[in-house]
Design a binder for this molecule. Structure first.
Ligand code: C2E
Ligand code: CA
Ligand code: CA
Length: 398
């Protein structure tokens, strides 16, 4: 069953009482909450909170039982913020913010705290002018993504990758889609950042790997794809710093009796920023025979040093360069240099986002080995990908 991340309360329903375990905070999405204490059987009101306010955070931060009672005022909906989520956010926060939180925590822990009558939420409200609507939207999306992950609503679509000389399919790239419970297909632009900024990306990444390997096995056995047909999987930096990454990959590869050469892992240069363990994982992957492609090279804060350090097999040219190369002389020069550099380093070059016959012809002329793009085919669900055959590909490229 999906983990509960949201809850509705009817008017006057108690959310928690003084003395209850304080293992989560709450963000009010709709309605209002009254905070009070009970003294000599009389309720003493402390605060009335509304949409966008957080409560229950003091117990969560201090690890203590509830010091107050909380009751819904009208129909009220809240999102839980648990300790894991809070710790993750604190870990990811700017060091100055972390220091500030630590100092607040220390002062709050003192018996006669130096904050006097100010409570932590009030103080934070005064210090930071937070955008409540943005916070609600963000938390709501995060909780929906977490539930969707549990319900296995994320599925890879496959975009074929062609040999630019023969126009035959050489492999495919797995591109994640969220198929909502209403059947809508949601692109990664709307959820990948949420996944990548939390540990959810580890669960999602594992699901993607398991599904892609099963699909590769299916393509091999049912569609009889050639033995060197590959599937390219996007892997985030966080996944590469997971100490069990290679073990998990190897377990499923061996279970399905696949050749590691048929699995290409796509990483961006950002992977180098997660620390030395990422490079370790990359080297381990190469030792097992997996292919490793650098994706989006040249679009971020690239360092040429990365190209020399990472154990790469492929270099992918980002579609932003391809899209501009016919109209911008500089983009064409960049592509030319990237191809040259890739080849000097012994890498295969794959171009992304080929939309027109002119782009295809120029990339072919420049010696790019492989390519993908809407001119050939959009990313497809597995069932449709199975129907593709090399003849239709040749027609598209003609
Ligand atoms: P990317 O890895 O650079 O993927 C290429 C993107 O270009 C894909 O967008 C693809 O659908 C799109 N594309 C391909 N050919 C064309 C074309 O001819 N024209 C245009 N305009 N676009 C084209 P998509 O599927 O929306 O994916 C966006 C990004 O999401 C990916 O960029 C990748 O960074 C990320 N992503 C997708 N799946 C995963 C995943 O399983 N894990 C992780 N960590 N990231 C993923
Ligand atoms: Ca990619
Ligand atoms: Ca790209």
């Amino acid at each position: 069953m999906a983990k509960k991340t949201k809850e509705k309360f009817v008017p006057h329903e108690m959310i928690y009482r003084e003395g209850d375990v304080g293992d989560c905070a709450y963000l009010i999405v709709r309605g209002g909450v009254s905070l009070f204490i009970v003294k000599d059987d009389i309720e003493v009101p402390l605060a009335t909170l509304s949409e966008g306010d957080i409560f229950g955070d003091v117990s969560l931060v201090l690890g203590e039982n509830r010091h107050t009672c909380a009751r819904a005022i009208g129909e009220t909906q809240v999102i839980y913020v648990n300790r894991e989520l809070l710790n993750e956010r604190i870990d990811d926060a700017d060091p100055v913010v972390r220091l500030l939180l630590k100092s607040l925590h220390n002062r709050m822990s003192m018996p006669d705290n130096a904050l006097g009558s100010l409570s932590l939420p009030v103080l934070l409200t005064n210090v930071f002018a937070t955008d409540k609507q943005a916070a609600i939207k963000r938390m709501d999306l995060e909780s929906r993504v977490a539930v969707a992950l549990t319900n296995k609503e994320f599925v890879p679509f496959y975009q074929p990758i062609y040999d630019l000389k023969t126009c035959k399919i050489r492999g495919c790239e797995a591109l994640l889609r969220w198929i909502s419970s209403e059947g809508d297909v949601i692109p990664p632009l709307l959820f990948i950042e949420i996944l990548e900024q939390s540990s959810l990306v580890l669960r999602a990444g594992r699901q993607v790997i398991e599904k892609c390997l099963e699909d590769l096995n299916h393509l091999q056995t049912v569609a009889e794809m050639p033995h060197d047909f590959f599937v390219s999987i996007n892997v985030s930096g966080r996944q590469f710093s997971d100490p069990d990454f290679v073990e998990h990959l190897e377990f499923h590869r061996q279970r399905l009796n696949l050749n590691a050469k048929q699995i290409k892992l796509e990483v961006t240069e950002r992977v180098m920023m997660v620390g030395p363990e990422a490079l370790n994982t990359m080297n381990k992957c190469r030792l097992h025979g997996y292919q490793l492609a650098i994706d989006d090279f040249g679009t971020g804060f690239s360092s040429l040093q990365y190209l020399a350090t990472m154990p790469l097999t492929d270099l992918k040219i980002d579609r932003s360069f391809v899209a501009n190369m016919l109209s911008h002389r500089k983009s064409k020069s960049i592509i030319r240099s990237l191809i040259h550099m890739g080849h000097l380093l012994g890498l295969q070059v794959i171009a992304e986002g080929i939309e027109t016959a002119e782009e295809f012809a120029l990339l072919q002329k420049l010696g790019v080995e492989m390519g993908q793009g809407y001119m050939f085919c959009k990313p497809l669900p597995l069932a449709q990908f199975l129907k593709l055959n090399s003849q239709s590909v040749q027609k598209a490229a003609a």
